[in-house]
Design a protein around this ligand. Sequence first.
Ligand code: ADP
Ligand code: MG
Length: 634
Amino acid sequence: MPIRRLAPAVVNQIAAGEVVERPASVVKEVLENAFDAGATRVDIEIAGGGRDLIRIADDGAGIPVDELTLAVEAHATSKIVSAADLEGVLTMGFRGEALASIASVSRFSLESRTQADDAAWRIEVIDGVVGAPAPIAGPPGTRVEVRNLFSSVPARRRFLKSETAESARIAEVVRLLALARPTIGFRLVSNGRCLLDLPATDDPRRRIVGVLGEELDGHLIEVREEIGSPADGTLTSVWGLVGLPETARPTAKNQRFILNGRAIVDRSLSHALKEGFRGLVEPGRHPVGVCYLEMNPARVDVNVHPAKTEVRFREPRPLHGLVRRAVQEALQRADLVRDLSLEVKVDPTVGEPTATEQSGAAARVDSAGLIPGPGGDFPSAPFSNAASPFTGASLAGRPRSAPGVDLARLREAVADVPLPATSSNPAETPGVEVLPTLVGSDAVLQVHQSFLVTQDAEGLVIIDQHALHERVMFEKLHDRYAAGPLESQRQLVPIVFDADPASIAALESLAPLLERLGIDATAAGPRGVAIHGFPTLLITRRVDPGPFLSELLERAAQGEIDRDDHEAALADVLDVMSCKAAVKAGDRLGEREIAELLAMRDRIDREGSCPHGRPTHLRIPIAELERRFGRSPG
Ligand code: ADP
Ligand code: MG
């Protein structure tokens, strides 16, 4: 084939692949145009997840009629003139390709009226052909209408997810942009249902709470810090609100960075935020925070990627330090430092149970009922946690059921071991706290309420109690599931919790699977979920239904749970269930629980790792110990 120039319509369609990935990208581009036009409110209406319709109206400056046609032409923009203007660009747009790209993959119309004009003008783009402007009645501002998105590009349409998933992404984009512009009012309506209504405000705090959730009100602290100087143009400041440690989430989705009014994604900044919380938030959780950064626009390049969510800082290092310090100092002012060292050294799960952590906290309160007894079912908390500290009295009076526990030898062992303080508060025993017990003829110690130390034929074995129990729970749940639906306990009064549209979309796609697992839940209004039934097995393990399902759905909405492949989704959900139901690091275990856990070891030994791939146990061979102690050569 000879070389030929592509027709402009084809060029636009190719370019659209970069800018317009899905309906949510259309919404982002059109809203950013409204920002650039100085709008004070925007109304977004979508249908069919944005595939059928996206209509966005703003009250901004409008487009003069003689520029309407140019507005939908590629590489035509009112925002820059020369490459030099790119240096220090403050508008959201500047590439002049968004409207052309969108118009090339949809049935498109653009309607606008400047403040000076007394009528609006409208153009349509159909199959890449731009029609002539026609007058139409309408208020000052701009209305963009996008119908049948990607209907002419089946390859792209195939990549779209379900209607609910695409609506959820749109809502996510709108929320993010609403955080970037508190002074603009936002309204999002999907299929006639209002999903978001955020009035304009001069107080960013109100907007942040409006977007992230009212339940955060009262749990946010202010961060504020600056570096550099205005004299040489290096002044850089950060202001924001971060959630107290107990508000940390299982995902990082409530971490937002707004740079000079632009929502950006930057790994270094996320890392800085996390660093600021070091020691206050468990490794698997993510602090909540919205940070507004202001800096000389000449010191950052926003023209790195068509979507402009990634930027390149001329000097990233000081920025990282700025955010980290701002967060650390805010937390210090909030007087959390003492808790910090205490929690880090002893047990990161100690602390006030919070709404988001109740499931973990509840499981911690009582670590009994660890492994199914001989009858195959979970014993209902035969040993209370308070009885676990090693006292002769509690031992003597305790029933024995675990096979292989030799009580007589256990008592002997006890006599030889100095008793730790009888305390239910691990913070008071910061040293090595050991719980000696025996399984068969092997002594077992529980160290730091996290690890079990014992021996086997080859040497010393160290077991991660949580990882091992998690593995056991996973196997058990998997077997139960294979045998038929899990037994579910009906709630007399449904448990209702707040959920965002993305979580509700996740619920809709996971519902059949969840039902088989004994979780009966439905959407309750646009922003809520109601739980009608919950697995008996999880209730026995004191897992709190609300926080559990809320976290599960949030993970699913974040793509951490594969919703498209049934087997994968099952494994992912069972993962979360077993993790929540398992004993935690820091749980004191009685000797029976330890015995039962170890009895499962042989079966687990084959795998040697928890469902997350972490090892459940480590072994130090005797030969290695001998070598280390210089007992044998080599
Ligand atoms: P860019 O934003 O990069 O300039 P776009 O394709 O998004 O490119 O828009 C092209 C031009 O159309 C803009 O430069 C602007 O002049 C005009 N425009 C687009 N949307 C609006 C709007 N909502 N209000 C006013 N002008 C607009
Ligand atoms: Mg634009």
